[in-house]
Every structure is written in structure tokens, then in C-alpha cells.
Write a protein that binds this ligand. Sequence first.
Ligand code: MV4
Length: 583
Amino acid sequence: MFSKILIANRGEIAVRVIRACRELGITSVAVYSELDRDALHVRLADEAYALGGETAAESYLNTEAILAAIKQSGAEAVHPGYGFYSENADFARSITELGIAFIGPPPEAIEVMGDKISARLAAEKVNVNGVPGTTTVIESVDEIHAFADEHGYPVAIKAAYGGGGRGMKVVRSADQVVSALESAQREAQSFFGRSECYMERYLTWPRHIEMQIIADQHGNTVWLGERDCSAQRRHQKLVEESPAPNFPEDVRQAMGAAAVAVAEGCNYTNAGTVEFLYQDGEFFYLEMNTRLQVEHPVSELVSGIDLVREQIRVAAGLPLSFSQADMAQNGHAIEVRINAEDPAGGKFLPSPGDITKLSIPQGFGVRWDGGYEEGDTVSQFYDNLVGKLIVWGTDRPTAIDRMLSALSELKVGGIATTAAAHQAILSAEDFRNGIHSTKWVEEVLDLTGISGKSSEFSDTSDNEAKVRKDVLMEVNGKRFQVAAWVPESAGTLSAGPSKQRRASSAGSASAPGSGRVAAPMQGTIIKIHVEVGQEIIEGESVVVLEAMKMENNINADKTGKITELKVDVGDTVGAGDVIVVIE
Ligand code: MV4
């Protein structure tokens, strides 16, 4: 077994791995950017090495700095978490060549699955059905017409080196073929640096169901059960659960066997997830994620298996501590991602900033995997996951009720979070009935009335001295003398609604439609679409603002001429800062 592991990541997943190390008696080594020098993962690790830099590229993706930290620390293994280096075959290979273990799959397996065409071939080879589609690069529009003649529309055009839903174009009729192929190739080139595309029949109302597997280096590959991740918005998962609702046992068994076959077919070791689309009782292989996933805790709670512990064991050459026959699914688990994002009006705007208050839910069956504590800052430079709230219950209705109860206890101050969106999702009849698909949050759920701010703790009077006042009250014609404790500053009980503090940004705010277009959140300007003197139409994009790894188009709020441009590419702006003026 290893005696020291370096965690090449930050936030909740670094914390998760540090805890597993501590339990196993392994020394944990954190790495950190300039901004994270006092972050939770640094506070919890046994040792910590500075990488320098602020952005991910300058710090957590700085190969030289990470390799230096590995050498200096004397770590024998690296856990990459998710994101960053987790699916980087070159990184896995380069540390393996130094005699350091990569706590993840072999680089060859990462490569097979990184190319989506070879990933489809890998499934074909072991007779696992993918979505009907092609396994060659599209060379001409004729191929698309021919495919549609055989399978019908819609057809999905996907980037061969893509992922995460970017670069996928849906073709609904023959007249869209030319433009869809062009734009899919253009997007693939700009996002992934390679323009190659392939196609599949497009499923219109699928559920996203993925199967957790883990394999050791002794030929044992086990499936641990599925997760339903259908509640998502713009390819960002919001709620994940296990087992999948309304999912027949024979389909589960077949999907588990298919996932194991795909993993074995590419000599996979360590933890991985095989993704499927499920529609009309049939499942289709989509791709394989060659990393530990954000939503792994729901599988842990129903299987009883500590996935990170097993990852470390199998990377050290130990056999899995259980077999397929030991596996059973017990009860039901649900996870919600508490992101620093404001879901108000269904917009999900990034909301970095200081966490001034953090009250974590507690109780039987409640788990919090957090990356921050009260007083910490959520930076605009990293992803927006503050923590994951995971509950377990004996069955799905119990788990839903427990999650709603836990969410009612969660209080976050200073930043907006997705908590209220989760309350809306879990309270919805469609979700309770388990009939939601990947389209449901975007197309059916109404999020117009919700707010990203925890409302229950008003900052008016909690710390203010209170005085007792005896008041005479009349209820249904009967009079009662009651005691009330009211803030000293409040003259009488009927002082009216409590004072509301408005979080308005000082001075720089601009009214919508005024032509003073302001940044809705803190972030970095990564693209400017306009120049001074140019005419612009309301709704057109003026700049692209990147915040928390999301690109946000900032649009003109009226039609007119650009008279001032106050930013350059690379500038950091705060919420409320004016970007352009239109007259
Ligand atoms: C699809 C699909 C329907 N039909 N492929 C999006 C992300 C990428 N991993 C695959 N994706 C999809 N591929 C075919 N042939 C629908 C999606 C899809 C989706 C998949 C999983 C989870 C959420 C999704 C949201 C929209 C579209």
C-alpha cells in the first residue's frame, strides 16, 4: 500500500480523497494555487505544496509545477480527482514512467474512450449496442442523407474528440443537413481543436443512466449499480440518484453486464462509469468516463462500497475487497449539487464571492461533501461546486422527503446557490413519479419564482439585544396577555416588516434598457464582439464573460450605437461594472 498520496485537485473532491487517505493511514499531500493558499483542502491535508498562479491553467493544470510537487513531496501515487488531469493520458503516462502510480485507469484506456469513434468501436467489439450510428468520420453531406434515409430524422452530429454535449448538432430535416454539419465541424474545431464528426440517431426524450464499475489489476471487474442523472440543465447535472426510478431489474442486470464487457474489452482498471441513454425500455451505450465522477457518493450509499478507498487499493495492486456476488443495492440515495449559481428566473448565473454563513444539514442519512467552510471564498477562476448534499433513505419517497428536509436546513450567506432549484425539482410531481427525462428541467420545470439566496436568516436582528414586552392580544374574541421578545430598536410589536438589506453594488449599477450594459457577475472578459461607433441591436452579444468555467454572453439592452467600450480582453470585472455604453 502507498504511504503518501498527492492529490492533484482542489475543492470537495480533494477533501474527499484526503479523508480516504487519513482513514487508510496514508499521508495526504495537497497542492494549491495562490488563491487557495488557505483553502479547506490545504487545511485538511497533512502536507501542502504551492503551485503558484491563479487561473486553473497557471496552477492546477501547470504540469511542471505539479511534477515538482510530486518530486519534492516524495508521493508514490497521484489521485487526479475529476476534471484537471483525470482524463489526461499524457499526464498518466508521464508520472507512470517516473514510477509514480496514477490512481485511475491505464493511459491506453483513457485514449480509447477519449476519442468517441474509437469508444463506439470498443463497445461494438464486445457486442454492446450503441445508439444506431456511424463509426467513421463524416466526409460528405451525402452520408448524412443516406443515414437519415435508413434511420429517419432527427440525426445527431457529434464531435469525435468532443464531450460534455458541446459540438453536438441535431438535424431535424434534410434542409438542415448542410448548415448543421458546417456548424458542428466549426464548433468541434473551436472547442476541441479537431473538426472530425460522426453521427447517430438522435433520441428525443431519453433518460441519462450511467453504470458505475471498478476493476482491479487481477482481472476482476464489478458493476456497482446505476445512477440516473436525467435532471440536468445545459449538460450540467443537478440531481443524481441511485437506483434509477422505474428501472426494471432485468434491464439493470443487462446494463451492468454491458458496462463490465466494455471495461474488460479495453483492459480497464480502477473506477469508471459507462454512460447510457435509456428510452422506451431500451438502453444504448453512449460513452465511458474514465474517472471518478462528481456523483459517485450515491453509488457508495446504496452499495456500501467506499469507491475512493477501493480506487487507492486497486492502484496499489491489491485485489478488490468484494466480488460481484457480494453486490446488492440497499435503499435509495439522492445527491444535489450546491453550486455557487443563482437559479433565479431559470438563469443559473455564476455567483462567486465570500461565504459569510454556512449552516450544513445534519441527521440520519444525511451526508455533506463540501469544499468550503464559512469564511471561505468561492473564486471566479474555478468551477462553482460548493458542496454536494447526499441523502440515503430506505426507499425513494423517503429519500426525497429527507432531501427536502435537509435542504430546508441548509443556509448559505454571501453567495447565491442552486439550493432553491433543487427544492423545486424534488417537490415536482414529475420528479416524484420518476418520469423526468434529460429535457425536463429545461422544457417543463418552472423556475421563474425562485431565488438563489437563503431567505430564512434575516440579518436584521439576530445579534441585536432584545427586550421583553408584554402585549395584549385578541384571538377569536378572547384576550390574552402574551410575552414577546423584540429588538431594542423596534418601538412596538407592530413595527412593520423587518428591514430588508439590499445587496446593491455601490454606485455602478445600471438600469436595464439604459444602454449602460453592466456585468451581472464577477468574471473575466474573454471575447469582445463590438467596437466603438458600431450599431447594435438589442439582444445581440457585446462581450463574452467567463466566470466559474462558464461562458456567458452579455447582450445589448437596447438598440443604438456603441459610444464607449470600457474593457479589454483579459480584464476582470465585478458585478455591476459597466462594460459598454450604447446611445
Ligand atoms: C445524445 C442524445 C440523444 N441522442 N445522443 C449530450 C452529452 C453527451 N455526453 C451526449 N449527449 C446526448 N447525446 C443521441 N444519439 C442526447 C444527449 C443529451 C444528453 C445526454 C445525457 C445527459 C444529458 C443530455 C442533455 C441533452 C442531450
